[in-house]
Design a binder for this molecule. Sequence first.
Ligand SMILES: Nc1ncnc2c1ncn2[C@@H]1O[C@H](COP(=O)(O)OP(=O)(O)OP(=O)(O)O)[C@@H](O)[C@H]1O
Ligand SMILES: O=P(O)(O)OC[C@@]1(O)O[C@H](CO)[C@@H](O)[C@@H]1O
Length: 315
Amino acid sequence: MITTTTLNAAIDKTYYVKQFKLGASHRATEVFAEAGGKGINVARTLLELGADPYAMGFLGGNNGSFIQDELDKQGIKHDFIRVSGESRINLNIIDESDYSSTEVLESGPVISVDELEQFRTKIAAQSKRTPWMVCSGSLPRGVALSTYAELIEIARNNGTKVFLDTSGEALRSSIQAKPFFIKPNEKEIAELTGQSVADEDGLFANIHALMNQGIACVTVSLGEKGSITGYQGRLYRATVPRLEIVNTVGCGDAFVAGMVVGFSQLKSIEECIRLATATGSANALTQSAGYVQMEEVERIKKIVNIEEIQWTSSK
Ligand SMILES: Nc1ncnc2c1ncn2[C@@H]1O[C@H](COP(=O)(O)OP(=O)(O)OP(=O)(O)O)[C@@H](O)[C@H]1O
Ligand SMILES: O=P(O)(O)OC[C@@]1(O)O[C@H](CO)[C@@H](O)[C@@H]1O
């Protein structure tokens, strides 16, 4: 069983328009509404990869009911705390001329002290029966920045490995709790370290520094440029050939799903990265956010390039 937590779930609403223009009125050519938020995307991808996901977090209002119904329809086991606020809707407008995307993300409901306490109790029980836990996404209002660190601590005490995918201060505050895996993207690692990924030497040094702080595996995902992963003191570069992409929202979640499946099946690190990269890239080929097709994952796995980076610090 792989547990996913989505503290700030969302309906991901995707509008396709012929050409997006600021300040203009558009008629959508296609519209999709999906149960989303990073952890829910991970859960859906895990199911497609043949794993056994169990989705947890907070859901509220009509939007929360829609998300819950979708999870039921998709056959994803779940146990969410119902909250008094309304789960958010996140908007993604995709310009069909170049498949660029413009997102508007709501901040989500305010979680009360009591609702958070109910969640802590559930997670403490759940971490006794799950060897793997994925904590993904932003923290909703009312939830302290230290919450992911707390969850990591609870999980570790029960022998559960945590894969953490979050950003900004929520990521910074969780590093000292030593999650097993983190996956900042270009923007997130720059925010965390103050260095751009354009400086590869600096990026490699930063990944080593994070491993030395006790994070077993660190991937910096670089969108269409692939990723750099650090594990057991070594660095690996993954690249994928150019693909006919339509929607990259959720690629990071699909990558995380591939990585946790790889580790849970005791695959080699190269195989974990290959599966994660192919799953991340396969997500970009589907119109809805956070969906992959297994045939595409299998096809892309064959064309992913993984190489170990020979690097020693110049300092
Ligand atoms: N345009 C693309 N073409 C091919 N593969 C891609 C593309 N974009 C992303 N990927 C794959 O997905 C992985 C994760 O992508 P990315 O770095 O964009 O994550 P992210 O910013 O966390 O995404 P999100 O927050 O939308 O889930 C990449 O390492 C790569 O393997
Ligand atoms: O606001 P957060 O929680 O950081 O990100 C939310 C979100 O943009 O991330 C997913 C894509 O990764 C979408 O399903 C969702 O709308």
